[in-house]
Design a protein around this ligand. Structure first.
Ligand SMILES: [Zn+2]
Length: 458
């Protein structure tokens, strides 16, 4: 198997249990996995098939995006006015998506992955929102990204025009998806049980998803509803908070991942903590959608109670932003400001959420999320010979508050270099961009959906 040495990095942020930051460090990769991490001087005699000179670079684990609707957006990104409400947005987005052919979905997914990888995100979870899974699988295979997928399932009539599937059939579809796709591409693909949401599921469907996640040792994820109306109806009907009700159903647990969680209150958070249920925070979507993160977000309380949280970005045309670095930045500064307390959230915690905690949330912490011997080699190298990185004394502070994806130099997934000196090696990037631009116009033409812009384009 081919060996790769990342040599003499200015700092290696290992994210290992001691959170060691190695100054003048090196990392050795053999095939899929990391075999050695240490001081460059100690590893000076180690040779490899390829050596990357990482002097003046900061090395981190690849980032995890634990909630990203991968194929929603890149062809029609930016068409929605920023004043549009969530209800109209989602219905229109689904209408646009419904005309997408298999080939179109491949290209739009491939561009989304290109953006992820180019800016350091090596692993993501699509919450079951792709239509043609095989086309998306081809994009996952061609790009070399690490992905968690599922099939979005609804068993109740819904405003987003998802097909309504009888419960029995829905359960079979969920299991078929896991059996068909789990562990593909040398283990880079994990397949999950993903009912769309609690609102569009039945208790039977959610329980079947949890049972499957346990039996196949994979995950279960679904959207939850913590709006005031949902809280009220849960109290009326069950005498419980929404997540207490889910705990009673037996559909919370260490392999369950709940996105958004805006509106979750202490009893919900306690239910997550008791069951080791994972959460994913999605600041880019929630603040642009006016969801009230800064008013009612409970990140510090969740962390204080030991709930494991990853980061996500939702869809590329409601958040419009799928980059992990800016997500880390937002998650940190929003809570400092909202609570008027600099201690409310730290850069270190943001980086944990993007790496080791994100990997735990995805059930992948044995393999990724840190740079340690034995783990799979998902690694990002940042070029710090750039103004935004200097001066450089504390690499965590610079990474979270000053840097962004533009300084990503090299990205390695599963031991393979996927971005080399800033260039994705698996795609003709400009060719793909032009292709997807054409597809976006085509989608709007076919559906008749477009929004007038506020200012005249002359
Ligand atoms: Zn979502």
């Amino acid at each position: 198997m081919a060996t790769l040495k990342i040599d003499n990095a200015k700092f290696v942020l290992t994210m290992d249990p001691e959170r060691r930051i190695i100054r003048d460090g090196s990392v050795l990769v053999d095939g899929q996995r990391i075999t050695q991490v240490g001081k460059a001087t100690e590893m000076a005699g180690v040779t490899a098939d390829r050596t990357i000179d990482a002097s003046e670079m900061v090395v981190t684990p690849g980032f995890c995006n634990a909630h990203l609707h991968i194929s929603y957006a890149h062809d029609i990104r930016g068409i929605f006015p920023d004043t549009l409400g969530g209800g109209e947005y989602i219905q229109t987005a689904y209408k646009l998506k419904s005309v997408m052919s298999e080939e179109e979905e491949y290209h739009t997914t491939f561009l989304a992955i290109t953006e992820l990888l180019k800016y350091g995100t090596t692993c993501f979870l699509d919450p079951g929102s792709t239509i043609h899974i095989d086309a998306c699988m081809k994009a996952y295979g061609d790009s070399g990204v690490r992905a968690n997928l599922g099939r979005q399932i609804a068993v109740k009539p819904n405003p987003v025009s998802l097909p309504v599937t009888p419960v029995d059939e829905a359960i079979t579809q969920m299991e078929d998806t896991i059996r068909t796709y789990d562990h593909h591409f040398d283990g880079r693909i994990r397949a999950w049980a993903i009912p769309y949401s609690v609102d569009l599921a039945t208790p039977e469907l959610l329980k079947a998803g949890k049972e499957m996640a346990d039996r196949y040792q994979t995950g279960l994820s679904y959207h939850v509803n913590n709006t005031p109306a949902s809280i009220e109806s849960h109290k009326q009907e069950f005498g419980k908070w929404p997540l207490e009700y889910l705990e009673d159903l037996g559909v919370l647990g260490p392999n369950v991942l709940l996105p958004h969680l805006i509106g979750a209150e202490d009893p919900d958070i306690d239910a997550m903590a008791r069951t080791d249920t994972k959460g994913v925070m999605i600041p880019t979507a929630s603040i642009k959608g006016g969801s009230g993160t800064t008013v009612k977000g409970k990140l510090p309380e969740m962390l204080a109670k030991g709930v494991c949280l990853g980061l996500g970005t939702d869809a590329g045309n409601n958040s419009n932003l799928v980059e992990t670095l800016r997500t880390m930045y937002l998650k940190t500064v929003l809570y400092k400001d909202g609570r008027m307390d600099t201690k409310a959230m730290s850069a270190e915690k943001a980086l944990e959420m993007a790496t080791i905690d994100g990997a735990r949330a995805l059930g992948l912490a044995d393999d990724i999320g840190s740079l340690e011997a034995g783990k799979k080699a998902d690694i990002v190298l940042f070029d710090t010979k750039r103004p935004e990185w200097r001066s450089l004394f504390n690499p965590v502070i610079n990474l979270v508050f000053s840097a962004d994806g533009r300084s990503v130099h090299t990205v390695i997934v599963d031991g393979q270099v996927r971005v080399d000196a800033g260039v994705p090696v698996f795609v003709d990037e400009w060719d793909l961009i032009q292709n997807v631009q054409v597809l976006g116009q085509y989608s709007m033409d076919r559906t008749g959906i477009s929004y007038p812009q506020k200012w005249p384009i002359v």
